[in-house]
Design a binder for this molecule. Structure first.
Ligand SMILES: Cc1cc2nc3c(=O)[nH]c(=O)nc-3n(C[C@H](O)[C@H](O)[C@H](O)COP(=O)(O)OP(=O)(O)OC[C@H]3O[C@@H](n4cnc5c(N)ncnc54)[C@H](O)[C@@H]3O)c2cc1C
Length: 182
């Protein structure tokens, strides 16, 4: 991708959105030029998540560092927050049970997150492909008759996710023993 000046980025955006209500164009026109940059969309191919460890010793990754996703499902930030909760749960449980961050904590976190991240990356990518796939007859049929009908329902279910309950350091010894048995 050739590097564009902020002025050129603003101009190409205004050209692209010509005809939009002036409110939108005003926002673009009043951009703080030194902060305007253009970067390509990034995503990680799903099998990359399945085939790699994503943790080593006591180091792991979360959020975009783990699963950069195209923006078509609006789930990049949400799934980053999910990562944080799940990671905290695994670390918390490890502390409670072993008094330290056991290597199994990061292993458990990666194991729990990898399939969900794969699913979100894949659905987001497919969503983008279909929605921006042009106006050919096949693509229109796919988009209007299949995608919006079924994909919306599927995506609606997928984005609702329960990250589990964070452990409390105030567990009674009885609760701690029960946890050990789980
Ligand atoms: C235009 C756009 C629209 C989006 N819309 C949505 C949406 O509707 N819903 C949704 O869920 N997600 C959305 N996302 C995705 C979401 O913003 C990201 O997935 C999310 O911010 C990732 O969080 P993160 O903490 O992993 O990374 P980031 O938010 O990128 O945070 C990483 C931080 O690390 C800092 N950093 C980088 N390198 C270093 C370094 N060497 N030393 C110290 N600090 C460093 C960066 O400055 C940054 O502050 C959107 C993204 C974009 C670009």
């Amino acid at each position: 991708m050739t590097r564009k000046s902020p002025e050129a980025i603003v101009k190409s955006l205004l050209d692209m959105l010509a005809g939009f209500p002036s409110f939108f164009l005003d926002v673009i026109q009043h951009s703080d030029l030194p902060t305007v940059t253009l970067a390509p969309l990034m995503f990680r191919v799903p099998w990359d998540l399945l085939l790699n460890d994503m943790y080593k010793d006591n180091i792991t990754v979360a959020g975009d560092a783990m699963h950069p996703t195209t923006p078509d499902l609006g789930q990049g930030g949400c799934s980053s927050l999910e990562d944080a909760v799940v990671l905290a749960r695994h670390i918390g449980n490890s502390f409670i049970l072993n008094g330290k961050i056991d290597s199994r904590a990061l292993k458990g976190y990666v194991k729990e997150r990898r399939f969900r991240a794969c699913l979100l990356i894949t659905l987001s990518y497919l969503s983008g492909r279909v929605q921006q796939g042009g106006s050919g007859r096949f693509m229109k049929f796919l988009r209007d008759r299949v995608f919006y009908k079924f994909f919306g329902l599927l995506a609606g279910n997928v984005v609702n996710h329960d990250c589990g309950k964070l452990p409390s350091m105030l567990l009674t010894s009885e609760e701690r023993n029960t946890k050990k048995l789980e």
